[in-house]
Design a binder for this molecule. Structure first.
Ligand SMILES: [Zn+2]
Length: 342
């Protein structure tokens, strides 16, 4: 096109505006229909950089960071998706030179996490400044999606699935043993008559939420109980803004990557699996899944995560039939209630 000599060439130096909803895979932009802030953008979170994002500037460079933070061992917080590539393919794409067809062959899982940080800004600080980790997307309380790396990169968030997975950390303070301590009193203001309000503790300042004066509410008023990896847990739900954005992101990823099926792991009865998948099943699984489906030591995205809301929304955006899944188990019954039901 640039060599055609026709009169439709763009003028040199003309700006090419973006819509503000694009994600990036192998250098190409794809619309999601929901707000996305890229690592390139003002206010974005850039996981390509080797310095710490929130340390005092004079001490943020890699050499100072390596000396000050013992858990930081490598300047790069991501790697190469190389596990299934041939030697020739590795030579072709090393340094970032991926093409979309090859990336489509490799990516077939989308791993969902909650961040236990409460906000995307704190999550990025922990990943980038403290932990030597990374994830492609952060989904904040107000539904803003931050992309920190091109999807061609192997982000470090889900151990054995990293090579084939895209990951998202959803802002939520997490799930806790039903009979143990939790930080809910600090993060949720509740009273008997109204829905709970998410309260970012003052030590985090504004929390970095992109929407001005945003007030967040869990999608359900009561904490949700459920059993994951055999442990009874309790967790406040995600926000409606997060569910809406995640449905759009999921639909977009399933359209970009044909091997990433728009489904979640279910048992023979069509019920959501609530524990790590057996190794062989995980190896064969292509679709959306939780971190707890990958590792026995994880419980995210937790019992409150409404899989049907996200996957139903995503499938509807793709024009697919609703999933034929069994209804979710209801709230856990107390022994007394169980006795009454018998
Ligand atoms: Zn996780």
């Amino acid at each position: 096109m640039f060599a055609c000599g026709c009169t439709t060439l763009p003028r040199a130096g003309r700006a090419e505006p973006r819509q503000g909803d694009e994600i990036v895979a192998a250098g190409q932009f794809f619309h999601t229909g929901t707000r996305v802030v890229l690592w390139l953008d003002p206010g974005g979170y850039d996981a390509y950089r080797v310095e710490r994002r929130f340390a005092p500037f004079e001490n943020s460079d890699w050499q100072s960071s390596e000396a000050e933070v013992k858990t930081l061992t490598r300047p790069n917080r991501f790697g190469l998706r190389r596990a299934t590539l041939t030697t020739n393919e590795i030579e072709r794409v090393r340094g970032g030179g991926w093409d979309l067809p090859l990336l489509r062959r490799v990516v077939d899982q989308f791993v969902l996490h909650f961040d236990v940080a409460g906000t995307s800004r704190t999550c990025f600080r922990v990943l980038q400044d403290d932990r030597d980790l990374s994830v492609h997307f952060l989904l904040d309380l107000d539904g803003t999606i931050y992309q920190t790396l091109d999807l061609k990169e192997c982000a470090w968030h889900a151990t054995t699935s990293n090579n084939r997975a895209v990951g998202v950390e959803i802002a939520n303070i997490g799930a806790y043993p039903a009979d143990g301590p939790n930080p809910f009193a600090e993060w949720y203001r509740t009273n008997a008559t109204s829905q709970p309000v998410i309260t970012i503790p003052v030590r985090f300042g504004s929390g970095g939420i992109r929407t001005t004066n945003f007030t967040g509410h869990p999608a359900r008023n009561q904490p949700v109980r459920g059993v994951i990896q055999g442990h009874e847990l309790v967790q406040y739900d995600f926000t409606p803004e997060q569910y809406a954005a995640l449905a759009r992101l999921t639909a977009s990823l399933c359209r970009i990557f044909p091997n990433l099926k728009c489904r979640y792991p279910v048992d023979a009865d069509g019920k959501l699996i609530m524990h790590k998948l057996p190794d062989a099943a995980l190896k064969n699984y292509q679709g959306v899944l939780g971190h707890y489906h990958v590792q026995t030591d994880k419980v995210d995205p937790g019992p409150a995560f409404d899989w049907d809301r996200v996957m139903g929304g995503a499938r509807s955006l793709l024009g697919l039939d609703p999933l034929k899944t069994a209804p979710r188990p209801g709230p856990l019954l107390t022994p007394r209630q169980r006795d009454l039901r018998r």
